[in-house]
Design a protein around this ligand. Structure first.
Ligand code: DSN
Length: 426
């Protein structure tokens, strides 16, 4: 077999990129070497359609144990009674919930994408908005906080079958109890997508939605610091509210509907190598050091948000409770789009992403905002004393984003700073 060089050269280049830069994409992180090892293991060779003990292939006795261990650890991490560790991604986990809870055309309610929501919570270009009747709620222009009055008003008027909380760019804690109350009032299922703050929640630093929602979904690769993938959890199982029965006439439990919605409903063979890596990450998250790490993520984010505000930047909602923040550039640099700012920062080896801000006057391709998060730099070992320095570097780029000399000078400082924080053992 010909020795592959092209791909491994590219992987080497990506490794270099990750090492030399400041990674501030709020949804990214660096996994441990043992998570990487599990992902790159021989488990990728195994087909295992079905669930532990009930597979459509022979030879599953080892992967059964891996998947069972992953389920046990995940239940322990969030105090869940039911989990499914097979979804390939967060969007796949959400798709399975839609499949279990809704019929095509049914109405559901989620946070508007341009107010911090996620594609799979009802965007018109996503399956959720294409196949279902998506309604949205917003954040308030006055304070950037979720407009719970609007959510309740729409829920009572439109009686959606599913209400979704959770976001991709929202820096505040949620009032899950209030949403559950209105969901119960109208007979809706309440789902929380905790993908972004999952790690902070596992560490007990934010409210655990498993205690409030009927169903919780998440990714495993953001603050949770596992491999790319999705999960579904429930605090307690319950009979499906639509009276769906088995061929024997027994009422199906929601766990059975969710399991069948993942497989065979929306996926085929599970990625057992990724499930093994999830299992390693859940094990890491159960250790006391994980709480210390998450406390630092939160502290770094709070100090970074304050440093931005001290420089006159407008942070939506005036700060952060979690790992991320959304900066509205319009008051400080009215002519600067998120697109131009992102490109200039990336050229300086500071990676972030342009983001719509609530009530944005620009398109999703231009945007007026930037989203920043601290999970990756905290894994790297940076503490709160470095956050004002990072904000200073960002501001120097944004003051003069067209100057290559300015960008090159910042890049040199970024590379020097990050050389002090080794990333990979290999
Ligand atoms: N695309 C992810 C994020 O960056 O937040 C959400 O899935």
């Amino acid at each position: 077999m010909q020795k592959e060089t092209e791909v491994f050269d590219l992987i080497g280049r990506e490794r270099e990129r990750q090492m030399r830069g400041i990674e501030l994409i709020a949804s990214e992180n660096f996994v441990s070497d043992q998570v990487l090892a599990a992902m790159g293991s021989v488990l990728t060779n195994k087909y295992a359609e079905g669930y532990p003990g009930h597979r459509y292939y022979g030879g599953c006795e080892v992967v059964d144990q891996v998947e069972e261990l992953a389920r046990t650890r995940l239940k322990q991490l969030y105090g869940a009674a039911y989990v499914n560790v097979q979804p390939h991604s967060g969007a796949q986990a959400n798709m399975a919930v839609f499949m279990a809870c809704l019929q095509a055309g049914d109405t559901f309610l989620g946070l508007n994408l341009s107010h911090g929501g996620h594609l799979s919570h009802g965007s018109p270009v996503n399956f959720s908005g294409l196949m279902f009747h998506a309604l949205d709620y917003s954040v308030k222009e006055s304070d950037g906080l979720v407009d719970y009055d609007e959510l309740e008003r729409k829920a009572r008027a439109e009686r959606p079958k599913l209400i979704i909380a959770g976001a991709s760019a929202y820096s505040r804690e949620w009032d899950y109890a209030r949403i559950r109350k209105v969901a119960d009032e109208i007979g809706a299922i309440f789902m929380v997508d905790m993908a972004h703050p999952a790690g902070l929640i596992a560490a007990g630093l934010l409210k655990n939605p498993v205690k409030y929602a009927h169903i919780v979904t998440s990714t495993t690769h953001k603050t949770l610091r596992g491999p790319r993938g999705g999960i579904i959890l429930m605090g307690e199982d319950f009979p499906n509210p639509w009276g769906k029965t088995t061929p024997k006439g027994e009422v199906k439990m929601m766990s059975a509907l969710l399991d069948s919605a993942v497989f065979p409903g929306t996926q085929g063979g599970p990625l057992e190598h990724v499930i093994a890596a999830k299992c390693v990450a859940f094990g890491e998250a159960l250790q006391p050091e994980f709480k210390t790490y998450q406390q630092q993520v939160q502290k770094n984010a709070a100090v970074m948000a304050k440093a931005f505000m001290d420089k006159g930047y407008n942070i939506i909602s005036g700060g952060t409770d979690n790992h991320c923040m959304l900066v509205d550039l319009r008051n400080k640099y009215p002519e600067l789009t998120g697109k131009v700012a992102e490109k200039a920062l990336v050229a300086a080896d500071i990676t972030t992403n342009k983001n719509m801000v609530p009530f944005d006057s620009r398109s999703p391709f231009q945007t007026s905002g930037l989203r920043f998060g601290t999970p990756a730099i905290t894994t790297r070992g940076l503490k709160e004393d470095k956050m004002p320095e990072i904000v200073e570097l960002i501001d120097r780029v944004l003051q003069n984003p067209d100057s290559e000399a300015n960008i090159a000078a910042v890049r040199a400082e970024v590379n020097k700073m990050m050389a002090d924080y080794p990333l990979f053992a290999w």
